[in-house]
Design a protein. Structure first.
Length: 257
């Protein structure tokens, strides 16, 4: 896990998708998606259900293979490579719906996150850092994951991903099903993780929260990128405010909700 911020958008390209087409049978799910994630940045993928956000993450993770186009990680093609190899290269995902192991303790879930690693000293250091990000997990280390609240399980899912020592962290709907106060806490933690040097690709339906922390964002509709720009620019974009932030045309942007 990086110890210091290693760059802002405009530096090294960590992840690059070029002209990605993905199908589910005859269904054309991604239609020429292209995007770029720079080292040290947080990049958000926004859009309604069915827009292609999770499909994009699954393609990056190796769970889906594109029919055409290229996925490059740190300058090397990874499309078509096995998912486990992609994890070992440094792309780790915190999945939608958390998917913690409910019968295992918090500590055991975190150890599973480090299953590809053999550097015991590094694992111990990362465990300490994870507990700094998520103090409640340290308090509940011996508690089974199934007894945690929804917000605590989401924290555990993100922490488990961090234990894989990713160079790119993929987050799929981290606010799903959470109360607004818990959502704000989760996003503050994501912001802190990014400030610590982690590059983040975030899929999220809560556009306001995502844009508030994103250096850059892409908006997807029916498998296509229809809008892209800096998070602050999109937050002030009239179309985005109307379609994704639930504001009437001409209304002033409100605070985080």
């Amino acid at each position: 896990m990086p110890k210091g911020r290693t760059g802002l958008r405009g530096g090294l390209s960590v992840l690059k998708l070029t002209g990605i087409h993905v199908y589910y049978g005859r269904v054309h799910a991604l239609k020429g998606i292209s995007l770029d994630v720079r080292q040290g940045s947080t990049v958000a993928l926004l859009g309604a259900n069915g827009a292609g956000k999770t499909t994009t993450l699954r393609t990056v993770s190796g769970l889906l293979s594109p029919r055409s186009g290229a996925v490059e990680f740190l300058g090397r093609r990874i499309d078509g490579r096995p998912a486990e190899e992609i994890v070992r290269r440094g792309i780790v995902q915190s999945p939608e719906g958390r998917q913690v192991f409910p019968e295992l303790t918090v500590a055991e879930n975190l150890r599973i996150g480090a299953y590809t690693r053999r550097d015991r000293a590094g694992i111990r250091q990362d465990l300490e850092r994870v507990y700094q990000y998520f103090p409640v997990l340290a308090q509940r280390a011996s508690q089974t994951a199934g007894t945690l609240s929804g917000g605590e399980q989401q924290m555990l899912a993100i922490a488990r991903a961090l234990m894989g020592a990713p160079r790119l962290l993929l987050l799929d709907e981290p606010s799903l099903g959470l109360a607004p106060l818990v959502t704000r806490e989760i996003f503050q933690i994501i912001k802190a993780i990014n400030a610590g040097g982690m590059t983040v690709l975030l899929v999220e339906q809560n556009a306001r929260q995502a844009l508030a922390i994103a250096d850059y964002a892409y908006i997807l509709e029916t498998g296509k990128v229809v809008l892209a720009g800096k998070g602050t620019d999109l937050m002030n974009n009239e179309e985005v405010r109307r379609s994704y932030l639930g504001e009437r045309a001409g209304s002033a942007a409100s605070g985080n909700g």
